[in-house]
Write a new protein. Structure first.
Ligand SMILES: [Zn+2]
Ligand SMILES: [Zn+2]
Length: 150
């Protein structure tokens, strides 16, 4: 994760929180979106979490003054969630043992060119959460799921 601007060329994508206090650029490929129905996303987002991802080194936080982190206590990865302390937007999910960082897809500026690849943690979905009949994999084996980075 970079904390300064710089680098060359246009970023792959840009994004920000609701109030704009946290802004970021992605300077490499983005993963297609996983819609996460886990209990932590449910609480952190108030609904499902929809996450793209980028290599940690490709994410540049342009202003992190308002960025705070909270532990994601039930995660298998010792993860933490990044949010804006000014407006409460959920922006990032970062596992301590992974070289990539999850980016809340809704915080990306359009167009992203991304599509939903699968639903994960469907077994933890809220009882009001009827998964759409979209034919996408649900709770796939993550090692076998072929997912596009673009
Ligand atoms: Zn904000
Ligand atoms: Zn989740």
């Amino acid at each position: 994760m970079q904390l300064t601007s710089g680098g060359s060329g246009a970023p792959r994508a840009t994004g920000r929180c609701l109030c704009g206090a946290v802004r970021y650029e992605v300077r490499g490929p983005l993963r297609d979106v996983l819609v996460c129905h886990c209990v932590e996303c449910r609480r952190a987002h108030g609904s499902v979490g929809a996450y793209s991802a980028a290599a940690l080194d490709d994410l540049a936080i342009l202003d992190e003054t308002a960025l705070r982190w909270v532990d994601s206590p039930e995660s298998d990865h010792g993860a933490r969630r990044g949010f804006c302390v000014e407006c409460g937007s959920s922006l990032f999910w970062q596992a301590r043992d992974l070289p990539r960082i999850g980016i809340a897809a809704g915080t990306l500026d359009r167009p992203t060119g991304l599509r939903v690849a699968a639903h994960i943690y469907a077994h933890q979905a809220g009882d009001w959460d009827e998964l759409p009949p979209d034919g996408l994999p649900r709770d796939p084996d993550r090692d076998e799921l072929e997912i596009r980075w673009s």
